[in-house]
Write a protein that binds this ligand. Structure first.
Ligand code: MN
Length: 228
């Protein structure tokens, strides 16, 4: 079997107003809101941001998420997601602003029980973050149509009940600084997405839950969780 028989495409995310954004890589940051760091048992004192990755294949815009295996504690983490039109290595914060393609609201789904067990054992916890459908995102809005507003609210509801709410200015590390720090470790490129961390209030989802995630001014993300 030769390589040209393999039929594969990167995830293609719909952009408001038309077109698609092909996802190359999904970067994430942990503990970027102080209250969430505290609820995870971590001192939010300003230290270097903690980055990790989710497989790009996790990112999607499907309206149903099948409850994943290997967990009984599937947590929601609502996050602002930044998409890059251009990349670079070791660039200063101010140089990243013009490289941002757009923004969407997303949810960093996490198998929290699995993550806790792996952390406890001193093992890598990739599979708590990387699994089928682990990163639902809404429609992307181009940076020319939505300015990053620190006063914008970010929130998540489950079955109409508010679970998470903050404003973007509650981020410990703001978007350009996150990109600066991440680009010291890796070359960022067009097609990369960065999930910018979640506020306090993370909690478990059940089969049949209906999730609504919002960042003020961006298209609402809605999905339902289905048992297998
Ligand atoms: Mn997260």
């Amino acid at each position: 079997m030769s390589g040209d028989l393999v039929d594969w495409q990167p995830p293609r995310l719909a952009v408001a107003g038309g077109g698609f954004f092909p996802v190359r890589q999904v970067w994430c940051v942990g503990r970027n809101y102080a209250e969430h760091a505290r609820e995870m048992g971590v001192d939010p004192a300003r230290s270097e941001p903690v980055f990790f990755a989710k497989p790009a294949a996790c990112m999607h815009q499907q309206s149903r998420v099948v409850y994943p295996p290997a967990t009984t504690e599937l947590h929601h983490e609502v996050e602002l997601v930044v998409f890059l039109a251009d990349g670079g290595r070791n660039l200063a914060a101010e140089d990243w602003v013009s490289r941002i393609f757009g923004y969407a609201v997303g949810v960093d789904l996490t198998r929290r029980d699995l993550q806790a067990r792996l952390k406890q054992a001193g093992l890598p916890w990739e599979l708590s973050k990387g699994f089928d459908q682990a990163a639902p995102v809404g429609q992307i809005v181009a940076a020319s149509d939505w300015a990053l507003d620190p006063a914008a609210t970010i929130e998540l509801q489950v079955n109409g009940m508010l679970r998470q709410q903050a404003t973007l200015e509650d981020m410990v590390w703001h978007v350009p600084l996150l990109l600066e720090r991440l680009s010291r470790s890796v070359t960022l490129r067009a097609g990369d997405a960065l999930m910018t961390g979640t506020p306090a209030g993370v909690a478990a989802l059940d089969g049949n839950d209906r999730v609504m995630a919002k960042v003020h001014g961006l298209p609402v993300l809605e999905f339902s969780v289905r048992g297998e």
